[in-house]
Design a protein around this ligand. Structure first.
Ligand SMILES: [Zn+2]
Length: 478
């Protein structure tokens, strides 16, 4: 079916001029033609990509975990009871779509576990298809350091017997063998890939995976060409651990086992050193920067300008922690720009680089397709904003539309989101599922099941203090 999208302004992508009054013809999920047309009060740009997320089921203030540093925050996720994975994923993906995202990385670090994993993965894939966004399920693999990045015996000994029992039961289960976790990824891929859904290896991070696990993933990815997504150097404590563990350097270690290449994307990378940035750039791996998340869980600030200067491919991630807990990818884009753009007249991140960061590079990390921007032959992944509202207060009539987008564009300006030619958000409403109804159901379920995690809730103050002592103690005071 052929459809047309009218644009008062078209922002086709990085390094391409904005064009007024355009008509975009879409057929078979792709753009077939762009011609002069009549504007209809909209600004059309490429759909945004969120290249690091976790299909999270709640915002962090909902469990009282706002303002807790990452290492102490991660255990708070266990306060959330297990829920139907279709329900949680559908809400998460629909919120992403509503925030302007057409392609998302679901690094699935929280398995609900109510069924076997392949069954759960099918539900997650179904949720993505029902919402209509492109989704990469990065299957979580983890078999090391369940509590801290080091031996945990001393930390356990510091807890009261009741807290120790709870933490042991909740966090210290014997992991599934590395080879079985890695084999599971291919099993899941066979069952769910296609129709906008892909599967990646999702090792949690070097501090959470054995050498055996990471080597198996490096080998399997090279053999199958399957992509890999993982956390890397998110906090100063991870850097400290990495330097103690890998005298040759953590990035050189990863490179040696086939995990620094075009197929790989790394979330965060705040504590990379210049030579490590250069190696990542040379190998063509992607760095995913999560500015809001890094602020909120006190991780630090990624040197985005340095990444770009050294030729790294960089993409945007929201990490389930948007600045206002509203999954607004347009605000994230503006925040990133204003935090990193320049020091005085010294420009560090240009508008074109920001556009690539928020669209094409993230899409590449999620889907593996390197195409850039809106042109005949490209996928019809379009974000349509309310230009009439954006421009309502202009005095100077010739303000560039991209400037206006960066100055004030937010989620409420989003009218439509089109992914592969399908309208997944229309007039600000998600079309494929009933988001308000599912949000209501999810919240009611979480509240009803909250008592099932009362044990860890009781242990949390002690655990939080013990974690603070651990990461401010002798191991980390070098
Ligand atoms: Zn993350």
């Amino acid at each position: 079916m052929t459809t047309t999208v009218a644009a008062s302004w078209l922002l086709p992508g990085a390094d391409r001029a904005a064009a007024a009054n355009q008509s975009i013809t879409v057929d078979g999920g792709k753009i077939t033609r762009i011609t002069a047309g009549d504007g209809d009060g909209t600004l059309v740009m490429p759909a945004l990509a969120n290249a690091h997320d976790h299909a999270r089921i709640a915002r962090l203030s909902q469990t009282g975990s706002y303002d807790v540093p990452l290492e102490a925050w991660l255990p708070y996720l266990t306060l959330l009871p297990a829920v139907d994975p279709y329900l949680s994923s559908a809400v998460s993906f629909a919120r992403s779509a509503r925030g302007g995202v057409g392609a998302v990385m679901a690094h699935y670090t929280r398995v609900q576990g109510l069924t076997d994993f392949p069954t759960e993965a099918k539900a997650v894939a179904q949720a993505a298809r029902d919402v209509g966004i492109r989704m990469a399920l990065a299957v979580h693999c983890r078999d090391l350091n369940p509590l801290v990045y080091d031996p945990h015996e001393k930390l356990l000994a510091d807890l009261s017997p009741a807290a120790c029992e709870c933490v042991t039961r909740r966090f210290l289960r014997k992991p599934v063998a590395a080879k079985d976790q890695v084999a599971m990824v291919e099993t899941v891929a066979r069952e769910i890939e296609g129709d906008g859904v892909t599967v990646q290896y999702g090792p949690a991070g070097v501090q959470w995976c054995t050498d055996e696990m990471l080597r198996l993933i490096g080998e399997a990815s090279a053999a199958s060409n399957r992509r890999v997504h993982m956390h890397l150097l998110e906090t100063q404590y991870q850097r400290n651990w990495a330097d103690r563990t890998f005298p040759q350097g953590i990035v050189r270690y990863l490179d040696g086992i086939g995990l620094v290449n075009e197929r790989v994307s790394f979330a965060h990378c705040i504590y990379l050193r210049p030579d490590e940035m250069e190696l990542i750039a040379e190998r063509g791996a992607t760095i995913v920067v999560n500015t809001s998340s890094n602020f909120i869980v006190s991780s630090g600030l990624a040197p985005l300008g340095e990444f770009i200067k050294r030729g790294c491919r960089v993409a945007m991630g929201l990490d389930g922690l948007a600045f206002d807990e509203d999954e607004d990818a347009l605000r994230e884009m503006r925040l990133v720009y204003n935090v990193h753009k320049a020091s005085g007249f010294d420009i560090r991140v240009s508008g074109d680089e920001l556009m690539r960061f928020a669209t094409a590079h993230g899409r590449f990390a999620v889907t593996g397709f390197a195409e850039e921007g809106l042109a005949p032959g490209a996928a019809a992944d379009l974000l349509t904003l309310d230009w009439t509202a954006l421009s309502a207060e202009l005095i100077e009539p010739d303000v560039p539309p991209f400037d206006l987008l960066l100055a004030k564009g937010v989620k409420r300006h989003i009218k439509d989101l089109t992914v592969a030619g399908r309208i997944v958000v229309r007039g600000g409403q998600v079309t494929g599922i009933d988001l308000p109804a599912l949000e209501g159901e999810l919240l009611a379920t979480l509240r009803a099941k909250y008592p099932t995690t009362a044990d860890i809730r009781a242990a949390m103050p002690e655990l939080k203090s013990a974690l603070r002592r651990h990461y401010t103690g002798p191991l980390y005071c070098a």
